[in-house]
Ligand binder design. Structure first.
Ligand code: FE
Ligand code: CA
Length: 511
């Protein structure tokens, strides 16, 4: 009896998976005309490889409804990739079935393209055409790439500001965009910001879909997705503030919390240009991965949320602040979890790339915030897991990893700093790229922080924006790009600061 039941469940799982594959089976029902434009959330691309990339869209004529206004029926989505912006020279095309179980999202994995060049793409469904997106393939594996321009951002709280930063990011014409976490915020709607979240705090799939529907309706965000391929990682707010593993700040029953995490991860997958094998299974979704850009760069993308152990020295904490304590340096406790940490060390030890860019959620450098009660570390980021940071720095040093550079987000401030094991001997530089709209700290606070932490070379908390990185075989130039004000939809941009890292010479110079 139980054997038959397992067999049946197995078959059901296979069928559910088949619905997500590019399907030759397209019932007439799936080709019905749609009365309203289903492409309200724009288009996106990501995960560029030398031969292809992922193309994404989600059908949602009513993006603030849990089902996007689509009902339960599957719909056929046709796609095409061309060598020109007017899509006259189409080189690949096909169809995929958008199904309600995946929120009518599609994740098309294009293959067979040429390395290191631009392409344009478009979707059609129900008698409507999507906007045209631009994307590109990565260079050939062994190509000697002369130059890469990328932009990176994080933390776009919808209520806190407008996303004028994306106007300038698009004008900067990056080859690649990295988003380092806090793509949505989960808090319930308030009237305190410049715009309003949908009312309820999401706790289930319907709620998270509505939240992504609100965020992804923004035309500036859509334009940024349509301009270049994105590589995305999440931080905490894609689920809930300060969560780690199966633990939230309220210490909700772990089984119940994991149901929420499963819903949040499913909604994240449905709204991001990720490969289909990353689709979550229950509350688990593997997000850490590498991206190679010829011989010029390898990016290591980390997930510092899902695999971490419980909060460091929680009983001694006051909010996030903890004193120094044995758990903080316990080698058995990794911010990455054992499997991801072993994977990262192996990738670093074997990388042949000129630049090795660690793309992650936070500021990696040791930060102390001196307080009279001796609670000077945060237990939410790397300082709560100092052993993990040490292991990465030792790997960079001992394996002679070529030109490590760190990019980060989370703290809503622009910070540039150096990472070292011995004072005065930098091993890597790191650049935290501000926030797209989430509010940061005052510059008076940032000056105090910088004074207490000599590894920090530049801090600025009052401006919103993004980071721009220009990589060549000889150098890495990072520019902090700040909008004048994120409280208005359009705002001019300026360079807050510019930094240079010379290949072969760790440490940064302020230009
Ligand atoms: Fe944030
Ligand atoms: Ca965060």
């Amino acid at each position: 009896m139980s054997f038959d039941r397992r067999d049946l469940l197995g078959r059901a799982a296979v069928l559910a998976g088949a619905a997500l594959l590019p399907s030759a089976w397209t019932p007439a029902l799936a080709q019905a005309r749609l009365i309203q434009d289903p492409f309200t959330l724009g288009v996106a691309s990501g995960e560029p490889s030398p031969r292809g990339m992922v193309l994404w869209t989600r059908l949602a004529p009513r993006p603030l409804q849990p089902d996007g206004g689509m009902g339960a029926a599957p719909v056929e989505v046709r796609w095409e990739v061309a060598e020109d912006p007017r899509l006259r020279r189409v080189v690949r095309s096909g169809a995929q079935l958008a199904v309600a179980e995946a929120g009518h999202s599609v994740h098309v994995e294009v293959a067979g393209l040429r390395p290191g060049r631009e392409y344009w793409y478009r979707f059609r469904a129900g008698g409507h055409a999507s906007p045209v997106g631009r994307t590109r393939t990565a260079p050939d594996t062994f190509a000697d790439v002369k130059r890469l321009r990328l932009a990176y951002g994080s933390c776009q709280k919808y209520e806190a500001g407008y996303w004028g930063a994306y106007d300038h990011l698009v004008a900067d014409d990056p080859d690649l965009v990295l988003f380092l976490g806090d793509y949505i915020y989960e808090q319930a709607g308030t009237d305190k910001g410049v715009r309003r979240h949908p009312d309820a705090e999401p706790v289930d799939l319907a709620g998270y879909r509505v939240r992504y529907g609100a965020y992804k309706s923004d035309p500036k965000l859509q334009a940024a997705h349509a301009a270049a391929p994105w590589m995305v990682i999440w931080d905490d707010h894609e689920v809930v503030n300060d969560y780690g593993g199966d633990q939230d700040r309220l210490n909700t029953d772990p089984a119940r919390f994991l149901r929420r995490r499963a819903a949040a991860y499913q909604a994240y997958f449905e709204h991001m240009p990720l490969r289909r094998h990353r689709r979550p299974v229950g509350p688990d979704m593997l997000l850490y991965r590498t991206l190679d850009w010829g011989r010029l760069a390898q990016f290591q993308f980390l997930d510092t949320r899902q695999h971490r152990p419980h909060r460091t020295c929680d009983a001694q904490s006051d909010g996030k602040a903890i004193p120094d304590c044995p758990q903080r340096t316990d080698p058995s406790r990794s911010l990455l979890g054992g499997a991801q940490q072993r994977w990262l060390v192996e990738r670093l030890e074997t990388s042949q790339a000129r630049w090795n860019v660690l793309a992650q959620q936070y500021l990696v450098g040791e930060i102390q915030r001196p307080r009279p009660d001796g609670r000077i570390y945060s237990n939410d980021g790397w300082s709560g897991y100092a052993q993990t940071r040490r292991r990465i720095l030792e790997t960079w040093r001992d394996a002679k990893v070529s030109n490590p550079v760190v990019l980060g987000g989370d703290i809503h401030c622009f910070i540039a700093g150096e990472l070292e094991l011995e004072a005065g001997k930098p091993i890597a530089s790191e650049f935290v790229g501000g926030s797209i709209s989430s509010l940061g700290a005052s510059n008076a606070d940032m000056q105090r922080l910088q004074a207490a932490n000599p590894n920090l070379k530049f801090t600025e908390g009052e401006h919103r924006g993004y980071g721009r990185v220009d990589l060549t075989p000889d150098g890495c130039e990072v520019t902090f790009r700040a909008v004048e004000s994120a409280l208005v939809p359009q705002s001019p941009v300026r360079n807050l600061a510019k930094f240079q890292v010379e290949a072969g010479r760790p440490g940064l110079h302020i230009a």
